[in-house]
Design a protein around this ligand. Structure first.
Ligand SMILES: [Zn+2]
Length: 179
């Protein structure tokens, strides 16, 4: 009896370990990734079938597959030769990590408040271009991410809202900065 319990406990530990490992795989693979398309050597935004990959890893057969790409549908049916880039370092091409890194140690260009830890579900930070037009990340096409990071400045949510209002309703705003 005691032996059977021991075997059961050992089996449970293995199952839990495998589940945690596959959850880790899922966590690293889900979300938008940015990589270099081997076909044209240009940035492309992709999503990986993360659930499938996690389940496949449980079955001991790791299998990576794209579920979306910014170059589809024109390039649909491509050989998905970009996948090794994700396999090698999934976190390095994960958009959320790249964007978080971009805000690290930076301050809002308007109010100079440091960003600290980013909460994407609640008042997420935005960015501003050289024409002082602020925008949110969902307005940035994935394939332009690298270029956007190089040409824009970080803005906090409050300043983004204020600046958007100022831009859309200049007649309603008394600009304190002008004085
Ligand atoms: Zn600000």
């Amino acid at each position: 009896m005691a032996y059977a319990l021991l075997v059961l406990a050992a089996a449970l530990v293995v199952v839990i370990f495998e589940l945690i490992r596959s959850l880790g795989i899922y966590g690293n693979l889900r979300g938008n990734h940015i990589l270099t398309c081997p076909e044209n050597q240009q940035p492309a935004g992709v999503r990986v079938a993360a659930g499938k990959a996690a389940i496949a890893s449980l079955a001991g057969k790791p299998h990576l597959q794209l579920s979306e790409c910014t170059r589809w549908p024109e390039m649909a049916g491509c050989g998905q030769e970009c996948l090794p880039q994700i396999e090698q370092s999934p976190k390095d091409c994960l958009v959320s990590i790249l964007v978080n890194r971009w805000y690290e140690g930076k301050k809002c260009v308007y109010c100079h408040k440091p960003f600290g830890e980013i909460h994407w579900h609640d008042h997420p930070p935005a960015l501003v271009d050289e024409h002082r037009k602020t925008l949110q990340w969902n307005e940035v096409p994935l394939e332009n991410l690298e270029q956007t990071l190089a040409t824009h400045w970080p803005v906090c949510w409050n300043c983004h809202v204020a600046e958007s209002f100022r831009r859309l309703h200049p007649e309603l705003v008394t600009d304190r900065l002008r004085h």
